[in-house]
Design a protein around this ligand. Structure first.
Ligand code: DAH
Length: 460
């Protein structure tokens, strides 16, 4: 709920600050450009606060300038959408819509995407990386069997464009349409996803996921076909703590035979173990770790409305278990939903008569671990000192830099003219230019960029 007292307090505090500053200007007659800029900024801030009154009460007013009547449209990636009382998207989120970090070849998130994709043969897994982030509630929730009272649907957790339209909260939102239209048995979807969340060093309301899935024709030979496909997967050399394919608390689906369910979950697990080996093998190299100790992973039972049985995968990394992804055998109801809107087409039959698995992996937190990035907000930096550190295909360790921009300090020293000598020579008493250089190097190291003799005499 809106906290008016809080809002008023912000306003009055801002006004007080600005009044203080204006008085100061008058008092000392100061017109420095910095001070003017500060005042201009504060004015803009105050006019924003007073026009929206309270950020929590008038979500939509944040998205674009408001007229007297309720704003009724919002523009996202050049598309207009009707707004209503569900609308809760703010300008900072709108700004992130066009960033698409997962498509940048030299960004840790983009590098990680490519590394994972490389594990999946292109002729079996079609890549989708540019699906637009605005989806319907049907795509994001209903198509996956997410119940009406699921907390993830609330306005506190999800960015609503309007009552029926959201910014996707996960890449699973595209499962149904992709199952329907994908030309290969499998697919990989990478995309930016959005969740209303706290902001701290490991949470950011925009982040990235990759969704993967694989389907087989569902007939009497399915279990054998899947077993044959398992034999073709690249061999993996990990220590794996596994759980049974299914049991009472993590059941197989009605209609799946034991053999089908076991074969599909084994194919899923072996495929994802290969991904983990690839990623963390590279991370070990980047960290200079050449130990031949095997990487440890463990499977854990999980629950998702759109898979059964369901699992999570964890990897033992730097002394702790790190949660990597969620996955499972795709619920037949999801495949049926995927076909149902094309009730009269052949495609319906195609999707309904299939079985398979799916997984979803978060890219940002994994990229933080791999590249040693301590704060998720750094991924959104436009600072070259961050962006220039990474190159395509390479996992490298992030080198910290100041959060403040470069700041040059020029310092001048006077040195007694008669004592300085460029030629130097054997005289012990003269002070050679290089001695000064050495002095600076000792004291300032690489922080000192340039040392020059400005004037040989005293007319600076
Ligand atoms: N969509 C889930 C999330 O965002 C992750 C996920 C779990 C995706 C299981 C899947 C899956 O495809 O099968 O938390």
């Amino acid at each position: 709920m809106c906290n008016q007292t809080n809002c008023l307090w912000i306003r009055s505090r801002a006004w007080l600050t600005i009044i203080t500053k204006i008085l100061l200007l008058l008092a000392v007659g100061q017109t420095s450009p910095t001070m003017a800029a500060v005042v201009r900024r504060q004015l803009a801030f105050i006019s924003r606060i007073s026009s929206r009154q309270c950020s929590r009460c008038f979500y939509s007013s944040l998205a674009a300038p408001q007229s007297q009547k309720q704003q009724d449209e919002i523009t996202l990636l050049d598309q207009s959408y009707r707004t209503d009382e569900w609308t809760n998207i703010s300008n900072p989120i709108i700004d992130t819509l066009s960033r698409k970090l997962h498509l940048q070849p030299s960004h840790p998130v983009g590098i990680l995407r490519k590394i994972i994709e490389a594990r999946f043969p292109e002729n079996q897994y079609t890549r989708y990386s540019e699906l637009p982030p605005v989806v319907t509630t049907q795509q994001n929730f209903d198509s996956l069997g997410i119940p009406a009272d699921h907390p993830g649907r609330s306005r506190t957790d999800t960015y609503y464009v309007n009552a029926n339209t959201v910014l996707r909260t996960h890449t699973s939102a595209h499962q149904a349409e992709t199952f329907r239209s994908c030309p290969t048995p499998g697919f990989l979807i990478s995309a930016d996803v959005y969740r209303r969340d706290s902001i701290d060093k490991s949470h950011y309301p925009s982040f990235h996921q990759m969704e993967g899935a694989m389907l087989w024709n569902w007939d009497k030979d399915t279990a054998q076909t899947v077993e044959n496909d398992i034999a073709k997967l690249p061999k993996v050399d990990l220590v794996v703590e596994d759980v049974p394919a299914f049991h009472d608390q993590n059941p197989k689906q009605q209609g799946h035979t034991d053999e089908e369910s076991i074969a599909m979950s084994n194919h899923l697990k072996r495929t994802l173990e290969g991904v983990v080996e690839e990623i963390f093998g590279r991370a070990r190299l980047a960290a200079g770790n050449i130990s031949d100790e095997k990487l440890r992973v463990r499977w854990i039972d999980a629950y998702f409305p759109f898979t059964s049985p369901s699992y999570e995968l964890e990897v033992f990394w730097e002394g702790q278990w790190l949660e990597l992804l969620g996955c499972g055998v795709v619920a037949q109801s999801v495949l049926e939903n995927a076909g149902s809107s094309f009730a009269s087409s052949m495609l319906t039959i195609g999707v309904r008569n299939k079985v398979g698995w799916a997984f979803g992996i978060g890219l940002d937190r994994l990229a933080m671990v791999l590249f040693g990035v301590p704060d998720i907000r750094l991924f959104w930096s436009r600072d070259e000192r961050f962006l220039k550190q990474f190159s395509p295909g390479k996992v490298s360790q992030f080198k910290p830099f100041s959060k403040y921009p470069d700041c040059y300090k020029d310092v001048a020293f006077w040195v007694n003219d008669s004592k300085i000598s460029a030629a130097g020579g054997g005289q012990v008493s003269t002070f050679h230019e290089n001695d000064i250089m050495e002095l600076f190097r000792e004291e300032g190291g690489d922080l000192i960029e340039d040392v020059r003799l400005v004037s040989p005499s005293d007319h600076i």
